[in-house]
Design a protein around this ligand. Structure first.
Ligand SMILES: CC(C)(COP(=O)(O)OP(=O)(O)OC[C@H]1O[C@@H](n2cnc3c(N)ncnc32)[C@H](O)[C@@H]1OP(=O)(O)O)[C@@H](O)C(=O)NCCC(=O)NCCS
Length: 394
């Protein structure tokens, strides 16, 4: 093991460095190191327990890998972690020239180098190696034995990961303040958007019934099929399935158990309007302080309106759902409600609710980034990321 302050650290481009899956003990050591950046309000033991809890979730347990960059000449069990990250298996839909297939991919997270080792090229070397490894990692059952793309969400801007092929995609969002029910009632009186009383809360099973129904996935497949048959650009979407939502909920449930032991678990997982066929699911993200705690809307589902009248009812239903989300955020002491890459209809709903709120474009945090290797498999040079919403984050 190399001492953290050793003058004999290897160079980032040393041929001795290798990227390997961590042993269970090394994984815990890597989590302890990165706790400095990501444990938030949890203590270290609770942070490790949270990571184990998520590690065992059905979305990721068959294939999640903790990677460590080490000097290959050090013996297993006594290796110095120079840099580390995790990869999460994900299912996705891939469409090209009118053919849609379900494929496997990986999401990458927790890219970390300890402060004493920074600036020596270790994270760069890790990403360079990782890009190559992930093309075939756990892809034995894939049609080509390889994945065509992998994703990550950069918190360090748009340049670092782009060097290794993870190109930045749309990183827009809208933010509404949390509001108590009385306050939203006053706003709705003043701007003439009174609540129609048709919004209902969604429990986990309601989200499954309304947002994960096979018809929703079938509609998505049809949409990808149509779009890809009209263009040379491949289309990909991370599968918006129940496991994805429930992985996000597992985070919030763990936090509530640890930080608010007197509160009941957060059972309300979203809101919807059955008449207007619009639904959304959310999770509560507890940061270091209430100011950076957010209710994230993970995904919206609704039918495209066929007339101006339908559009108006949809927008009104969305306004009521957004208000409901604002109450939920307030109730849990979160500062804001946020959602990613809103389409023009959702933007209109937000403007109806609060004309001061504009679309914001992130330059540094949570930049959706995708590394495309489909060109090597005859799937074209370009790829569009469909459903670039928060549910896909890892
Ligand atoms: C980001 C991090 C992994 C880089 O590790 P590292 O081993 O020092 O990285 P390398 O030495 O290989 O590369 C350094 C490059 O990263 C860039 N970089 C490091 N931190 C950065 C930041 N916060 N924003 C933008 N770029 C950053 C540096 O500018 C440098 O680029 P240059 O060589 O063109 O000057 C490390 O600083 C870290 O662990 N930070 C805390 C956790 C974190 O933010 N992780 C990223 C999550 S997406």
């Amino acid at each position: 093991m190399i001492a953290a302050n050793s003058p004999h650290l290897p160079d980032g481009d040393s041929p001795d460095l290798v990227l390997v899956p961590a042993t269970p003990q090394e994984r815990i050591a890597a989590i302890k190191l990165n706790s400095a950046a990501w444990k938030g309000p949890l203590d270290i033991d609770a942070y490790i327990a949270r990571e184990d809890h998520l590690h065992n979730h059905q979305l990721v347990r068959d294939g999640m890998t903790c990677w460590i960059l080490v000097d290959g000449s050090e013996p297993e069990g006594d290796r110095t972690i120079l840099s580390s990250c995790e990869t999460y298996p994900k299912k996705a839909l891939l469409a090209y020239q009118g053919q849609v297939e379900e494929v496997s991919t990986h999401g990458i997270g927790s890219v970390y180098s300890r402060p004493e080792f920074r600036g020596k090229g270790y994270a760069k070397r890790m990403m360079e190696e990782l890009g190559k490894k992930l093309e075939t990692w756990k892809m034995e059952k894939q049609p080509r034995g390889k994945t065509s793309f992998t994703i990550l969400f950069s918190d360090i801007g748009k340049k670092f990961y782009a060097q290794f092929g993870w190109r930045p995609y749309a990183a827009a969002h809208m933010v509404l303040p949390a509001r108590a029910m009385e306050d939203t009632d006053q706003v709705s009186e003043s701007n003439g958007t009174s609540n129609r009383g048709k919004t209902r809360d969604l429990l986990a099973e309601d989200v499954e019934r309304t947002m994960c129904h096979p018809n929703i996935i079938a509609d998505l497949r049809n949409e990808l099929q149509r779009a890809s048959s009209k263009s040379q650009t491949a289309q990909v979407a991370i599968l918006p399935d129940y496991d994805h939502y429930s992985w996000h909920w597992a985070r919030e449930e763990f936090f509530v158990q640890e930080l608010y032991p007197d509160r009941s678990p957060p059972l309300i997982k979203g809101a919807g309007d059955d008449d207007a066929h619009v639904y959304c699911t959310w999770n509560r993200n507890f940061g270091d302080t209430p100011e950076n705690s957010v209710l994230y809307i993970l995904r919206w589902v609704y039918d495209k309106p066929q007339s101006a009248e339908e559009e108006q009812s949809l927008i009104q239903a969305m306004v009521d759902i957004l208000r409901r989300a604002q109450h939920e955020a307030k109730d849990w002491g979160l500062a804001t409600v946020e959602f990613w890459n809103p389409d023009p209809i959702l933007q209109k709903a937000v403007q109806t609710l609060d004309s001061d709120v504009q679309v914001e474009h992130r330059e540094k945090s949570s930049i959706p980034s995708l590394r495309w290797t489909g060109d090597k498999h005859g799937l074209g040079q370009e790829v569009e990321w469909v459903l670039n919403e928060k549910y896909a984050w890892c």
